[in-house]
Ligand binder design. Structure first.
Ligand SMILES: N[C@@H](CCC(=O)N[C@@H](CS)C(=O)NCC(=O)O)C(=O)O
Length: 160
């Protein structure tokens, strides 16, 4: 049984849960992080004090993209984990790109969503909006030419 630790309103937890759902894996998700805190048991599994973390039998893993890659490689077969390294890399680059995008949008998100109006940092928000817009223009340009980030299909491989 797969265990996923992390509160569901974290985008990094969502991507792991989404992967598990797409793969039709049975899993248990345990709320950790944010208002749920992290106890010593959790920190022993993930010393970064971040979510998500998974346990799949003896395999304990953190880093959301690494977890998604692991689940796809272990359970996904050709549809989700194509044997052709080039096919895989064309998809994986967007996973890694997403980390840069997350950095770009963070200040805007924190200020506009999580900070009371009176305490917002307007300059940081504007810088973040501008940096996000640059990244999103790249995404938009790609999706204007190609239906999915993985190419012609939702994933790179063949249909299940
Ligand atoms: N690079 C890490 C980043 C993880 C991360 O920043 N997680 C945030 C939530 S999205 C976190 O743990 N925040 C502290 C908390 O929720 O208590 C990953 O992709 O797993």
């Amino acid at each position: 049984m797969l265990t996923i630790w992390g509160r569901l309103n974290s985008h990094n937890v969502k991507k792991v849960v989404w992967a598990a759902e797409e793969l039709r894996l049975e899993y248990e998700r345990i709320d950790v992080g944010g208002q749920f805190g992290m106890d010593a048991d959790y920190l022993a599994k993930n010393p970064n004090a971040l979510i998500p973390t998974i346990a799949d039998g003896e395999v304990v893993l953190w880093e959301s993209n690494t977890i998604v890659r692991y689940l796809m490689a272990r359970y996904g077969g050709e549809r989700w984990w194509p044997a052709d390294p080039a096919k895989r890399a064309m998809v994986e680059r967007w996973m890694d790109w997403q980390g840069d995008y997350a950095n770009a949008q963070r200040d805007a998100f924190i200020n506009l969503v999580r900070t009371p109006e009176a305490k917002r940092d307007q300059a940081a928000t504007e810088r973040s909006v501008a940096a996000s817009a640059k990244k999103l223009a790249i995404l938009d340009g790609f999706l204007a030419e190609t239906p999915w980030l993985s190419g012609d299909e939702f994933v790179a491989g063949e249909e299940r």
